[in-house]
Design a protein around this ligand. Sequence first.
Ligand code: ADP
Ligand code: MG
Length: 247
Amino acid sequence: MNPVLSVRNVSKSFGGLRAVDDVSFDVHQAEILGLIGPNGSGKSTLFNCVLGQLPASAGTVLVDGKDVAGKRPCDLNKLGVGRTFQMLQVFPEMTVLDNIILAGQEHKGTMLSRLFGKPDAGLTEEALRMIDFFRLGHQTHEKAGSLSYGQQKLLDAAMAFMAGPKLVMLDEPAGGVNLTMLADLKERLRAFNQERGATFVVIEHNMEFVMSLCTRIIVLANGRIIAEGDPETVRNDPTVIEAYLGG
Ligand code: ADP
Ligand code: MG
């Protein structure tokens, strides 16, 4: 079976700066791959190259074995690939339900129905199921801005999952989330992975979170992969410890 995602020799330069430098890795169905590394090591840039937000300077990205060069983020959404950003993307003045429906419409390329009519019943049902799955059901009709920050991060992830569940790329899902909500978030991500076979790539600074959630971890420093392996191996790798202390 093809890997869900195959990143081959991808580089990205900004002027003289090589933000991502010859990075290659595969992600297989139902893996949860953690992508860690000091600030500025190229994690978000790599996400942007994979998701079509930025053209790579070199290399190939394959989704299900198909080259996605030149594909836009919305094309990737239609292939079942979703993402979150470091910054929340929820619309605070819209209800939880409307945020999820809008995300579904964007991913499925039916913005016109948003502008000119009601969402189809199937999409509303799917949105309600997603809200239930993330245990936001009691807040379905509340404005997203009235939710706690942790709940908004859950909502933000749920919106990305409306594109999936083939591959979901999460940029710092645990950032700024308090301890109680952190356990909830991890438990729901794991359930989504196990029950729906979704594949994740997760950028995360919270080591406890990433080590306990991910099945495999890749460490970037200065745009290059410096270590890769299961959480325990990576945690004890002196090169990794040095990269963090030096970075
Ligand atoms: P991380 O997500 O690991 O913190 P980034 O991918 O955001 O790192 O950044 C990697 C490097 O590329 C940093 O040195 C950053 O300043 C630089 N960089 C990121 N985006 C741009 C851009 N649009 N233009 C110029 N430099 C950028
Ligand atoms: Mg980043």
